[in-house]
Design a protein around this ligand. Structure first.
Ligand code: BG6
Length: 484
């Protein structure tokens, strides 16, 4: 593991939910590694008039760990800040005072755990008071969504680049911090048997599914404006797609990997709007619980036509993938939590077995199902002879489950924060990548596509059946489902 430099970790939005739920627990997890706790000082920043002790009390509550109290008292600080620039002068003075008091060399992380609308202003305020210039390194961390379309993402990149260079900017997509998402690289480039099959000659289609049983919850203010295409497809699903479709990088380094992902996006054909299905959940039953329609959720206008479900095909026009569809589909209020990639191999060209029609493809083709969550692992589906008279075939699975081999998997945020502190950008999104992704989806935002309803607890609108005949309403084929 790379060593950790002494640094100040400044969290903007320190009184918010993400800080409490994800950042503090992830930081605490890191502090348990030998030699880390002494190097890390945290300064929480937000508008509320809290004291250091208020912030420490919140942290103790989030961490629910008595032993940590002592560390909190010595390493956690809080600075209240408003919107005017003098408050940023006060922030700069506080940062410098803490660095002097704790003998820190000026290494600074600025983590923006803030509403996206204030990313640009905050980075500019940091730059204007000179917080981005110190004797050490400085890094700025930005949560998704990065922009709300191509033009706004370009504009935000431009504003941030005025104060930070690209190698100081860490754009988070928390999917990249998931162990199983990183394992896609190990799976593909550490196993020659799969890589040699990974092309249009052997693969018929790839299906990327991110299904959630949850509804919009308490986030209607953000989500109703954003919609599911922006919330999930432009970032998380597109990351999964690029990791499956990219060429082998020359090295396992940030530049090489991120460069290959951008190439995939640039080779991806403009999306055919007639093949895109948008849906919105109606009332229904999920996990035996009756749930309201999206339009009846708190904070959602009752005539909202925001999509809560998206299915669409992507095609990569390069030698490896020409003609192979990558179907992305994702929605809220689907029957279960499932994030998986199903790689469907081509069927045998002829069947020598007795089947109903005796034709090719009567025998089930092989499918490789990579399950990213829950029950992380993969399954390879293959045909065997059923014991007994005659030659009857049955589909069986070779399966690997992470938890059996390695026990519990660390949270994505622990991985990402460690990488920020050690300066590894491999799992963060480059400006070229974020713009290439928006270039693909921005035309759909203006397309005024019909939004079909689907009952909560179903697998999406019926219109999906035309796009994906085998993924019809309510029926995920058993051969695609990972073991529960
Ligand atoms: C977030 C989206 O980025 O990802 C949420 O804003 C979504 O709407 C969440 O629920 C899903 O993340 P995970 O890690 O639970 O798959």
């Amino acid at each position: 593991m790379a060593p950790i430099d002494p640094h100040l970790f400044v969290i903007f939005g320190a009184t918010g939910d993400l800080t409490k739920r994800k950042l503090l627990p992830a930081l605490y997890h890191l502090m348990q590694e030998a030699g880390v706790a002494e190097q890390c000082y945290i300064l929480g920043v937000a508008r509320s008039e809290w004291s250091d002790d208020d912030f420490r009390a919140e942290a103790r509550d989030a961490l629910a760990d008595e032993e940590l109290g002592h560390w909190c008292d010595e390493h956690l600080f809080y600075q209240s800040i408003g919107s005017n620039s003098q408050r940023y002068d006060a922030l700069r003075d506080r940062v410098e005072a803490l660095e002097a008091a704790h003998d820190l060399p000026g290494n600074r992380v600025f983590y923006l755990s803030l509403p996206p609308a204030v990313y640009g202003d905050t980075v500019e305020a940091i730059g204007e008071v000179g917080l981005n210039a110190s004797d050490g390194w400085t890094r700025v961390v930005i949560e998704k969504p990065f922009g709300h379309d191509l033009a706004s993402a370009q504009q935000l990149n431009e504003r941030i680049h005025r104060h930070f260079s690209e190698d100081e900017i860490y754009r988070i997509d928390h999917y990249l911090g998931k162990e199983t998402v990183q394992n896609l690289l190990a799976f593909r480039f550490g196993n020659a048997i799969f890589e040699s099959l990974w092309n249009r000659d052997r693969i018929e289609r790839v299906e990327v599914t991110v299904a959630e049983p949850l509804g919009v919850g308490t986030r209607a203010g953000y989500y109703d404006d954003a919609g599911h295409l922006r919330d999930m497809v432009q970032n998380h699903l597109t990351q999964l797609f690029t990791l499956v479709a990219m060429e082998p990088p020359a090295t396992f380094g940030a530049d090489a990997i991120r460069g290959e992902k951008v190439k995939v996006l640039r080779a991806t054909r403009a999306i055919d709007k007639s093949q895109v299905v948008f849906g919105q959940y109606d009332a229904g039953t999920v996990a035996d619980e009756e749930v309201p329609a999206y339009r009846a959720e708190d904070g959602v206008p009752d005539d909202s036509d925001t999509e809560t479900f998206v299915a669409l095909p992507l095609y990569v026009d390069n030698w490896r993938w020409q003609g192979v569809p990558f179907y992305l589909r994702t929605g809220k209020r689907l029957p279960e939590k499932r994030t998986q990639i199903a790689v469907h191999f081509r069927c045998a060209p002829v069947s020598i077995f007795e089947t109903e029609t005796g034709g090719a493809c009567d025998v089930n083709p092989n499918v490789l199902v990579i399950t990213l969550q829950p029950n992380e692992g993969f399954d390879l589906h293959f045909e065997v002879k059923k014991p007994g008279d005659g030659m009857q075939l049955a589909t069986q699975r070779l399966d690997f489950r992470y938890k059996d081999a390695f026990g519990p998997i660390p949270d994505a945020y622990s991985t990402l924060i460690r990488d920020i502190i050690t300066g590894d950008q491999t799992l963060f999104v480059h400006s070229d990548e974020v713009e290439a992704s928006w270039r693909l989806y921005t035309p759909l935002l203006a397309a005024d596509l019909p939004v079909h309803t689907y009952p909560a607890g179903s697998w999406g609108p019926e219109a999906v059946a035309q796009l994906l005949p085998r993924w019809t309403n309510g029926a995920v084929p058993a051969s695609e489902g990972a073991a529960a």
